[in-house]
Design a binder for this molecule. Structure first.
Ligand SMILES: Nc1ncnc2c1ncn2[C@@H]1O[C@H](COP(=O)(O)OP(=O)(O)O)[C@@H](O)[C@H]1O
Ligand SMILES: O=C(OP(=O)(O)O)[C@H](O)COP(=O)(O)O
Length: 399
């Protein structure tokens, strides 16, 4: 990588403004899976051990520019405090005089975590002018002498704390995690060993459906599961009941199906589904085929699909997996995700898993150590593997 890295910086006596991705699953105010926090520890500890202080920035969830405390970074800051020996303080806000005072009083060896940067619409730059976004980024930049990004999971977002703040700080470097991810993903996808199977699921349809198009030219098979599947069903004219769908992606899904056929790529959709009459672990459930009646929603792939997908994975030599096969957080809808997870672990393939929730699922299933690479980025790793330039990397200082 031709970008400055954290090792190129002299952090002694400096305030390091570091963007991390602490967008972690939280339940009842407690972090469920701390992979993204532990993954940033090498960079965090490096700064502290080398005489710097740290101002950490992250988002959590999608609060859409509102200060909604449902999305506070407190659980992440609390978990970080358990993982480092340094004092960790959570600022009451992202910017403003109170935060500025905390930053200025921050001694070397301590960490200040700013509140969720997405509490401000300027972070994503939606619903504000470019000037307003610049002013927000400039204020963030004033909190650091140097900037480090270790937020690989957010590197595909051209947001203020990722790609605008960098205009106002001279030295902007990649942290250890960001550097490691780029190196691994770059090497693995340079010439993937075939058969190359991609498994795409989850709920972020608009963020991930484009990658399916790109994988048509690279993969031998693409297995679609999770909430992604029903936009494809709709494109095929199938009934989807109350299942997740993004209506403005139905047309694209239809085009992808046609392209897959023309290119001879095996694009597989669930042949059966676990459906529920409510989005709840206590809902009534049943297994149905590929048509979902009104009053029911598909929350997991069904047993026949599990078998088909696991067989496909068993013969793969490279597997890229992003997005769970169902709502694995609820026990009745976890079988698809965990079965596919075990199949990937057992397979004799180079396996790359990405995405906050997918990684949480892999950790829960206890087979994380059998995967070749567990990436902290879902959308980011997909876009990187597509060959796209990630704004959060482009913005860093050239060497
Ligand atoms: N059939 C489904 N309907 C609704 N949500 C689903 C379905 N399958 C999976 N999900 C949800 O998708 C979420 C993860 O999606 P996403 O953010 O795209 O994945 P990742 O974080 O791995 O990138 C999980 O919280 C899971 O509950
Ligand atoms: O969790 C993330 O992405 P992922 O679910 O694709 O891994 C990142 O924190 C980016 O979050 P965003 O997709 O709300 O911009």
């Amino acid at each position: 990588m031709n970008k400055l890295t954290i090792k190129d910086l002299d952090v002694q006596g400096k305030r390091v403004l570091m963007r991390v991705d602490f967008n972690v699953p939280v339940k009842d105010g407690v972090v469920g899976d701390d992979t993204r926090i532990t993954a940033a520890l090498p960079s965090i500890n490096y700064v502290l051990e080398n005489g710097g202080s740290l101002v950490l920035m992250s988002h959590c969830g999608r609060p859409k520019g509102e200060k909604n405390m449902e999305f506070t970074l407190k659980p992440a800051a609390d978990r970080l405090a358990e993982l480092v020996s340094a004092k960790v303080t959570l600022a009451p806000d992202v910017i403003g005089p109170e935060v500025k005072a905390l930053v200025e009083a921050l001694p070397a060896g301590e960490i200040l975590v700013l509140e969720n940067v997405r509490f401000y619409k300027e972070e994503e730059g939606k619903g504000c002018t470019a000037e307003e976004q610049d002013a927000f980024a400039k204020e963030l930049a004033s909190f650091g002498d140097v900037y480090v990004s270790d937020a690989f999971g957010t590197a595909h977002r051209a947001h203020a704390s990722m790609a605008v703040v960098t205009k106002y700080i001279d030295q902007c470097a990649a942290g250890f995690l960001l550097s490691k991810e780029i190196e691994y993903l770059g090497k693995a996808l340079e010439a993937p060993v075939k058969p190359f199977v991609a498994i795409i699921g989850g709920a972020k349809i608009s963020g991930k459906i484009d990658v399916v198009t790109n994988f048509l030219d690279k993969c031998d098979a693409i297995l679609i599961g999770g909430g992604m599947a029903y936009t494809f069903y709709k494109a095929q004219g199938k009934a989807i009941g109350g299942s997740l769908v993004e209506d403005d992606k139905v047309e694209l899904a239809g085009q992808i199906l046609q392209q897959a056929e023309a290119k001879g790529v095996k694009l597989m959709l669930p042949v059966d589904n676990m459906v529920a009459d409510a989005f709840s672990a206590d809902a009534n459930t049943k297994v149905v085929g590929d048509s979902i009646e009104d009053g029911w929603m598909a929350l997991d792939i069904g047993p026949k699909t599990i078998e088909l997908y696991c067989n496909e994975v068993a013969s793969a030599k490279t597997v890229v997996w992003n997005g769970p096969m169902g709502c694995f957080e609820m026990k009745p809808f976890a079988a698809g995700t965990f079965s596919v997870c075990e199949a990937v672990a057992k397979s004799d393939s180079i396996s790359i898993i990405g995405g906050g929730d997918s990684v949480a699922a892999v950790n829960l299933s206890g087979v994380a150590d059998q995967m070749s690479h567990v990436s902290t980025g879902g959308g980011a790793s997909l876009e990187f593997m597509e060959g796209k330039q990630l704004p959060g990397i482009v913005a860093l200082t050239d060497k």
